[in-house]
Design a binder for this molecule. Structure first.
Ligand SMILES: C[S@@+](CC[C@H](N)C(=O)[O-])C[C@H]1O[C@@H](n2cnc3c(N)ncnc32)[C@H](O)[C@@H]1O
Length: 250
């Protein structure tokens, strides 16, 4: 999927050119030849589709919208994600989110008090995360939460080995296409186009199992089979999602 940066859509074209150089992206001269544009509007980095009708942009906002709603009403330590990570009884494990994506799950985990390292291999998604975290640091409602989140760009299979071991490693690889395309939110369609399928999740699971001090947690659609590899030790289910747990401590 061809993606480019259009400096004249930025308040500071210089900044656009620096980001293009850092991400190795071309500069767009006309919108027709590229499918996706990385733009900076109202102080937020975002990816836009140039097609018509274009799906909404992809950007990361931890301060308002869905993340704010989940921060206020998400169910705290009783929610399935918290139970899956082992947050019971006031425990605050250290966590590596090896497939950070748009950082939504990681933000929930940080909201619940954990320090979490986010790893994301797509340089463009990592740039969106960096921008979302910067804005979260600047807002008094979210700065304390964001200060518990550390972002690393690269392939988690290599990064995990170079980091201090965490209590929990969390994996949420891209699910295969469900076939119910119409039901996939437009924003998610764009995200899928950008990162593609995760075909190496089993290898990442094997690395995670070696490095997690207490458990590895894999998020799957409710009815999907587990990743190839050892059988999960347990699972936690919610209506659409299942968390497969692999205990690693002796
Ligand atoms: C389904 S998304 C994760 C969504 C995320 N849990 C959230 O709440 O926004 C999967 C992401 O993992 C990333 N990813 C997959 N395998 C990876 C790997 N080995 N290292 C780093 N990132 C990886 C993909 O690029 C994609 O952005």
């Amino acid at each position: 999927m061809k993606i480019a940066i259009k400096p004249d859509l930025w308040n500071e074209p210089e900044q656009a050119m620096q980001l293009a150089a850092r991400l190795g992206l071309p500069l767009a001269t006309d919108d027709e030849s590229v499918a996706l544009l990385l733009t900076y509007r109202e102080g937020r980095l975002q990816i836009e589709h140039t097609g018509k009708p274009a799906p909404g942009p992809v950007l990361i906002d931890f301060v308002a919208g869905r993340s704010a709603h989940r921060r206020h009403f998400g169910g705290g330590r009783g929610q399935p994600l918290a139970r899956a990570l082992g947050l019971k009884g006031g425990k605050v494990p250290t966590v590596i989110d090896a497939t950070a994506g748009l950082g939504r799950d990681a933000f929930v985990v940080a909201t619940l008090g954990c320090h979490i390292t986010l790893m994301e291999r797509s340089p463009v998604i990592a740039a969106l995360l960096e921008d979302g975290l910067r804005r979260a640091m600047d807002d008094e409602d979210t700065s304390e939460i964001a200060s518990r989140m550390q972002l690393l760009q690269g392939d988690a299979a290599a990064l995990i080995a170079a980091q201090p071991r965490a209590d929990v490693i969390y994996l949420d690889p891209m699910y295969p296409e469900s076939g119910k395309k119409a039901q996939v939110k437009k924003e998610m369609q764009l995200f899928r186009q950008l990162v593609g399928p995760d075909l190496d999740s089993e290898a990442l699971l094997a690395v995670a199992l070696k490095h997690a001090l207490k458990r590895v947690v894999v998020k799957r659609p409710a009815k999907a089979v587990a990743l190839n590899g050892p059988k999960p030790s347990a699972h936690i289910s919610s209506p659409n999602t299942r968390y497969d747990l692999y205990f690693t401590s002796a």
